[in-house]
Design a protein. Sequence first.
Length: 170
Amino acid sequence: MTTERPSTAVQTDKRAAQGPRIWVDADSFPVKARDLLLKVAASKGLPVIYVANHDIAFGIQSPLFEMLVCPPTPGAADDCIADGCTPGDIVATRDIPLAARLVEKGICVINDRGVRYDKRTVEKRLKERALSMQMEALGLHKGHSHESYGGKELEAFSKCLHSVLSSMGL
């Protein structure tokens, strides 16, 4: 199902009673991690919302899964997630500035490599990102390396996801 960006008027009280939703910043999230997340969510009856600037197919079909396609403008998907999620939801993203925004709102944020962000970890990652950008600007760093995503990373993501769900009583 593809829809446009949702209204930002979400009632937190109603959301808390309905249980958590899992939001996925789907543009850059690895397919293996998205598929694992869908299997776990389906087994627990949790809704999953993919958010991206283009349609992304689900590896598993369920009426609980929704695709939100945002305008192709910078930050549109991030804004959609930040405006739509509420405390009690889980967001899966690789985007450090988005993670920082969400942690500040009290949202549970995880990445595809098994990191659950908190104020300390997100601040550390923001500093590392800024240093990397400075080094790149000085010609000392040649951009992002193409890090592989394999079994080790997927296992760490799985453990993190299950830990988060367990801490929520799921």
